[in-house]
Write a protein that binds this ligand. Structure first.
Ligand SMILES: [Zn+2]
Length: 332
């Protein structure tokens, strides 16, 4: 069946159960046995500017101890190490969209896995462009791979192991014994679907395991499709923007970068339009009846006056469930 963007949501609602048989139940204590589903936030800052207190966007779901990485911003391998997960263990990467705060280390993570002994395949899933990016990374990586193979021998060439997969529409993305993953196209890119906009696709992902449903908004403006995808989730990891503070702090940052007043005004307007304001995050979480809302991808992520209350006050006006203000390396 060909899944178009328009039919994708209907497809999820109507046939997800048929497309994916029920996963087996997992017994025992998740933390003690390595069984079950653990979520660790690896990087919670928003945007491509390196930040002092928050790393670039990335998350990992450990399902029965198998890592599934969602977004691979710069530094993801180091964050994984700090979370106790060696890069060599990562074989599944899901990219929400092709902004470099989300994909900068996609190839690098595959490469580091290989250099650290991974001999099994590495797969990356993401919007159109992912397959070509992995192919390009294999070329970029080749001099290193050739030298290492010459001296250590026995290693399979990355070309046989690194695989990129373009997700071309909302609907099913991936399934194995641990998870089934579905996605919807969200509203981060206002020009999606236009001619020459093949890369202008931004996804939100839903991960269903035997014991948990975890949804990642990725970057998005308020999205009715995302509310549908997040229905009844145990955990919704949602991006957030504080528009007032963004305006104040970004004006200063952009001026320091030497941008013209016209460019500053244009970029600021765009930044605010493509993310979700505090109150809308609350509205969405309430309408989707999610059990726990985790705020992440903070914009701005470098506010010296940042407080937990500052991030939650607007959300709480509309959402009565549990709210967690995300921090790097927090486990949920
Ligand atoms: Zn982002």
């Amino acid at each position: 069946m060909r899944i178009t963007r328009r039919t994708g949501l209907k497809f999820i609602a109507a046939s997800a159960a048929a497309a994916f048989p029920a996963l087996p139940a997992v017994a025992g204590s998740p933390a003690a046995s390595g069984k079950g589903t653990r979520l660790i936030l690896l990087g919670t800052g928003g945007g491509p500017t390196p930040l002092p207190g928050r790393n670039q966007p990335a998350n990992v779901l450990l399902v029965n101890d198998e890592p599934y990485v969602i977004d691979a911003g710069n530094g993801v391998a180091r964050q994984l190490m700090l979370a106790g997960i060696g890069a060599h263990r990562v074989g599944k990467i899901f990219i929400t969209h092709h902004h470099d705060d989300h994909n900068a280390d996609m190839g690098t993570l595959m490469g580091l896995a290989w250099s650290n002994g991974r001999a099994a395949p590495s797969d990356a899933f993401g919007p159109p462009g992912t397959e070509a990016m992995v192919a390009a990374f294999i070329d970029y990586f080749e001099p290193n791979a050739a030298v290492r193979r010459a001296f250590s021998g026995g290693k399979k060439p990355p070309r046989d192991l690194f695989r990129g997969h373009d997700v071309t529409a909302s609907g099913p993305v991936f399934e194995d014994d641990n998870v089934r993953v579905t996605c919807i196209e969200n509203t981060h890119y206002p020009n999606h679907g236009q001619k020459d906009g093949a890369h202008h696709v931004s996804y939100s992902y839903r991960f269903e395991t035997a014991d948990r449903v975890v949804v990642f908004s990725g970057d998005t403006a308020a999205s009715a499709e995302l509310a549908e995808l997040a229905k009844g989730a145990d955990v919704l990891v949602h991006e957030v923007i504080n528009a007032e503070r963004t305006e104040a702090l970004f004006k200063k940052k952009f001026a320091e970068q030497g941008r013209s007043p016209e460019e500053i005004a244009r970029v600021l307007k765009a930044v605010i339009a493509i993310h979700t304001p505090l109150e809308d995050v609350g509205r969405l979480a309430e309408s989707a009846s999610v059990k726990t809302l985790v705020l992440n991808h903070f914009v701005p992520g470098f506010d010296p006056e940042e407080t937990a209350e500052g991030w939650t006050a607007g959300v709480k006006k509309h959402y009565a469930g549990k709210i967690i203000v995300g921090e790097d390396l927090m486990e949920i």
